[in-house]
Design a protein around this ligand. Structure first.
Ligand SMILES: NC(=O)c1ccc[n+]([C@@H]2O[C@H](COP(=O)([O-])OP(=O)(O)OC[C@H]3O[C@@H](n4cnc5c(N)ncnc54)[C@H](OP(=O)(O)O)[C@@H]3O)[C@@H](O)[C@H]2O)c1
Ligand SMILES: *[C@@H]1O[C@H](CO)[C@@H](O)[C@H](O)[C@H]1NC(C)=O
Length: 285
């Protein structure tokens, strides 16, 4: 038997180590004056990120398709304390679009936040390959194009490349075939690129963000009656992403316990799949 004193001591050391590794090292000053390009900034998590960056005093370029919404977000950003805000309309389903916002970065760039996604149905696979091809362009290829255009600028500033993904980009879930594929693709591309940047001793960090169900209008509307899970607040998800990018974390998990799920992912695959499926309403799709 282990003496209780020693067991307590060991538990204390473990708790201490966990607290050390999970401590919040975020310093808001590191974002004050930072130059940020944020995609998908007209609604949802992107809009919330725009407001947080503004409170921290960043200079922001916003992009999405709808100019009227971007205009409103821009005005609120200025009220909240953003040093400078521009917006540019671009449709990422067009292969030429990603260069447009990058052309605005004459003054340099510190954070590139890739966040936009194309609309996709939340239901069983219906064989629509054309939709998958289109979604790959919007959710994946445009990220690759934006990142490659911005990399030389980020290399100069030793900046952060922040890629917003999803739990379904680490563990596949039902009703998300094409979406899940685009998010897995992001992990493959950007984790490989992270290796190469390290090998070339380039000081650009890549932060991949793994989010659970978040209460954006789009997500709530799509999942209503189809998923038995509660959604987490978009403003908190947005802050977790920003902190991860600013502290140069390789991955961000929000809520935090998704990291445990991802660690355990391949331990009991059959049981895992049964549990996952039990959260989805089969008759709704
Ligand atoms: N909400 C969730 O439950 C959840 C869960 C896990 C991960 N995430 C991730 O979080 C990120 C943000 O999601 P969200 O829930 O905030 O989504 P959202 O509210 O639907 O926002 C999507 C953004 O992308 C823009 N967009 C859509 N199609 C576009 C196109 N063709 N070209 C350029 N921009 C386009 C939209 O603006 P316009 O329509 O004006 O273009 C909007 O600003 C995504 O990467 C998503 O995968 C979300
Ligand atoms: C499952 O979906 C069906 C069909 O849309 C719906 O009638 C039912 O209420 C849903 N079940 C739950 C528990 O939400």
């Amino acid at each position: 038997m282990i003496p209780p004193g020693k067991a307590l001591c060991a538990a204390g050391i473990i708790v201490g180590l966990l607290a050390f590794f999970w401590r919040d090292t975020f310093n808001p000053d590191s974002i004050s004056g930072a130059r940020v390009l944020l995609t998908g900034a007209s609604t949802g998590i992107g809009e919330q990120m725009a407001y947080h960056y503004s409170r921290f005093g960043a200079e922001i370029v916003l992009t999405a398709r709808r100019g009227t919404l971007l205009q409103k977000v821009m005005e609120k950003c200025l009220q909240l304390g953003a040093k400078q805000v521009f917006y540019i309309q671009a449709d990422m389903s067009s292969p030429q679009a990603p260069e447009k916002p990058v052309l605005l970065l004459i003054g340099g760039l510190d954070h590139l936040v890739l966040n936009h996604i194309g609309g996709t149905p939340f239901r069983m696979w219906d064989g629509d390959v054309e939709h998958t091809r289109w979604l790959m362009q919007v959710n994946f290829l445009s990220y690759v194009a934006l990142a490659s255009a911005a990399l030389p600028i980020l290399a100069e500033s030793k900046g952060s490349l922040i890629v917003v993904s999803s739990l379904t980009g680490k563990i596949s879930t039902p009703f998300t075939t094409s979406y899940s594929a685009t998010k897995f693709a992001l992990d493959g591309f950007f984790s490989s690129l992270r290796h190469e940047l390290a090998m070339q001793k380039q000081d650009v960090c890549i932060t991949l963000c793994i989010l659970g169900l978040i209460d954006t209008e789009m997500a709530l509307e799509k999942t209503r009656g189809k998923v038995y899970m509660s959604a987490y607040p978009a403003a908190e998800a947005a802050l977790a992403i920003i902190k991860g990018g600013a502290t140069r974390a390789r991955e961000v998990f929000y809520p935090w316990w998704l990291e445990l799920l991802c660690c355990l992912r391949d331990w009991f695959p059959n049981q895992r799949d049964v549990v996952i499926q039990s959260f989805y309403n089969y008759t709704s799709a």
